[in-house]
Design a protein around this ligand. Structure first.
Ligand SMILES: [Zn+2]
Length: 389
């Protein structure tokens, strides 16, 4: 069967139709992409997760030689639960030059446009390869990218540049912060709320921890580098959720705090977490135990996404800048898989993709038609480059 030719919009429509919310398997989408590539004679490799319910995919278009370019995207999307969508999130819908649908902007459009250009890439006579790299579970902590990057590091001849197609409005991004999150469970001892001397409230001590995070935040802000390219300039903490307590007249036995921070890429990613854990252990826990020996504090790492430093990305910046037609190089504070690919493959990397991060994770997520046009221009210039010696 000769491979089918579809345009960017039709490919995006097909990819959006797969509900690849991170809690679901992404295999239906991966199977589709693998079949599409195969129908054009392009073999791909899968890197499955432990239980085999999800997989990364990579494939090489053109000669299997070094100096190619990697186009990287994640297949999963964030949930639509509880969001007031006007259209069906899994049906690509055009209204006023905007294409609505979950994942349009974050980030199926980038690789939909690249995949739609596959027949053109094959006809063009590439001299340098174009590699596709599709990951799973980016949205819940860049879980798939580690094994994908590791497999590509051993199996793909060293590329010249990696493009992570997260939404940047097609501007070139060469740095971002790291992101780390934890769950800390405070265990106290129940007592009647009038008898505070007989128990220990997990909620009250969780509150002390949050106060501690605020004081560290103030200290970091005061010491923030004045010439930082990040906004905010310093590392930032956030307590995302708190769950605890049973009733108004009981000292809370349990309180669970989901917290984390965004650290500058130039600083060690684990330092703030180690410092907070040490404070919990040496400062807070003894105070809790003094009230009741059953008290406990347990902290578990949820996810860590390495930062992405600007150093060593010049070649990718130059190439992506020439393909996007934009000289502006910037930084973002949201995490991507860029740091993982940069470290594992040791190849210059940038983030550059269609759409605005402001629309990511939102109800009624959309991508502007003009951003699709801009990304198509980027891909066309990239293919021209790949055809030259
Ligand atoms: Zn994304």
């Amino acid at each position: 069967m000769a491979g089918e030719t579809v345009d960017s919009i039709e490919m995006l429509r097909r990819l959006v139709a797969f509900d690849t919310t991170s809690r679901n398997s992404n295999l239906a989408l991966i199977d589709y992409v693998q079949g599409y590539l195969k129908s054009h004679g392009v073999e791909s490799k899968l890197v499955p997760n432990e239980d085999g319910k999800k997989a990364n995919l990579f494939a090489t278009v053109g000669p299997n030689v070094k100096d190619g370019v990697v186009l990287s995207g994640h297949t999963d999307v964030v949930p639509v639960d509880g969001q007031p969508w006007v259209t069906d999130p899994w049906t690509l819908t055009l209204k006023d030059d905007k294409y609505y649908g979950r994942g349009t902007c974050d980030m199926k459009a980038f690789y939909a446009i690249a995949l739609a250009r596959l027949p053109m890439m094959l006809k063009a006579g590439l001299k340098k390869p174009i590699h596709f790299a599709l990951s799973y579970d980016e949205e819940i902590g860049c879980l798939g990218a580690h094994s994908l990057a590791a497999a590509m590091a051993t199996e793909v001849p060293k590329p010249r540049a990696i493009i992570i197609g997260e939404p940047t409005m097609m501007t070139v991004v060469h740095a971002h912060k790291a992101s780390v999150s934890f769950v800390t469970k405070f265990t106290g001892f129940e007592a009647h709320s009038s008898m505070t001397h007989l128990g220990v409230s997990a909620i009250h001590f969780a509150g002390e921890f949050i106060h501690y995070l605020n004081t560290v935040q103030d200290e970091l802000e005061a010491a923030a580098p004045k010439d930082s390219e990040f906004v905010p300039a310093a590392a930032t903490f956030n307590v995302g959720t708190i769950v605890g307590g049973t009733a108004g007249n009981i000292l809370a036995r349990e309180c669970e705090v989901l917290w984390g921070y965004r650290e500058l890429p130039t600083r060690p990613i684990e330092a703030l977490g180690e410092r907070a854990k040490a404070w919990l252990e040496t400062e807070l826990l003894p105070k809790m135990k003094a009230k009741h020996p059953a008290a406990a504090i347990d902290t578990v790492l949820r996810a860590a996404t390495p930062g992405f430093s600007p150093e060593g990305n010049d070649e990718a910046k130059t190439l992506a800048g020439s393909w996007s037609g934009s000289n502006a190089v910037g930084s973002v504070v949201y995490g991507t898989e860029a740091g993982i690919f940069r470290r594992t493959l040791g190849v210059p990397t940038v983030v550059c993709g269609p759409g605005d991060i402001a629309q990511a994770h939102q109800p009624n997520e959309f991508i502007l038609a003009s951003q699709i046009d801009a990304c198509e221009g980027f891909m066309d210039r990239m293919v021209e480059w790949a055809c030259r010696d």
